[in-house]
Design a protein around this ligand. Structure first.
Ligand code: C5P
Length: 201
């Protein structure tokens, strides 16, 4: 959804700063768009925090991993030698993981602590397989977002690997009264999301 939202924001006349992880989606070419490429969650976090200070609307749509390996091997990790054609059942590896920063939650804290501009709107996404409503409402609170855009990723016809999506928008102002944006193209949905979270666009 990140690039669809970028296109919709450009069409609405906004200046856009896109912070993009290793993704294959085509980035639009536009003089009002600046794109910062990052690889790690820490890099994405640093970039988002620096751009957030000037932003009117921040949308966190990246699927950031919650954990990363604690150690990075500098050389290839070789398996222990086994008999010709046999698998060495004793050769197991335990991978230690450490938490990545929760970028949306960090931005939410900055909003609460008034480090962001007073009227900055903060939007996050929630990809859910069950209890969509409860999880989205909890995320609004826990991450300090103004809006959470929730979609059901257990459905094969929408979301990941699909050109279409259907979402429910939960707002901090009225968490119980969410708005359904019915199944449509991601392009169309991005426009509808922007109109809802930033009505001037
Ligand atoms: O916690 P969960 O991944 O379900 O929350 C989704 C929202 O949080 C998305 O907006 C995603 O971009 C953001 N997120 C983040 N940093 C993380 C994990 C998720 O900003 N490490």
């Amino acid at each position: 959804m990140g690039t669809a939202l970028t296109r919709a924001a450009l069409q609405a006349g906004a200046e856009v700063q896109l912070v993009l992880g290793p993704a294959s989606a085509a980035v639009p070419v536009d003089k009002r768009l600046a794109c910062t490429r990052v690889v790690t969650a820490d890099e994405m976090c640093a970039a988002m925090i620096s751009f957030a200070l000037e932003a009117n609307l921040i949308i966190c749509s990246a699927a950031v991993s919650d954990y990363r390996p604690a150690k990075k091997a500098s050389i290839k990790i070789k398996k222990r030698q086994s008999q010709l054609g046999q698998t060495n059942q004793q050769d197991t590896q335990v991978l230690e993981l450490v938490q990545n920063p929760d970028i949306l939650a960090k931005l939410g804290r900055m909003k609460i602590e008034k480090t962001l501009k007073a009227d900055t709107i903060l939007v996050g996404f929630a990809a859910e397989t069950n209890n969509l409503e409860d999880n989205a409402q909890a995320k609004l609170e826990r991450k300090g977002a103004d809006y959470i855009i929730a979609n059901d990723v257990s459905r094969a016809d929408i979301g990941f690997e699909s050109t279409e999506n259907e979402v429910r928008i939960f707002s901090k102002a009225a968490p119980e009264a969410d708005t359904l944006l019915p199944k449509t193209s991601k392009t169309q949905l991005a426009r509808q999301i922007l109109q809802r979270v930033y009505p001037l666009s």
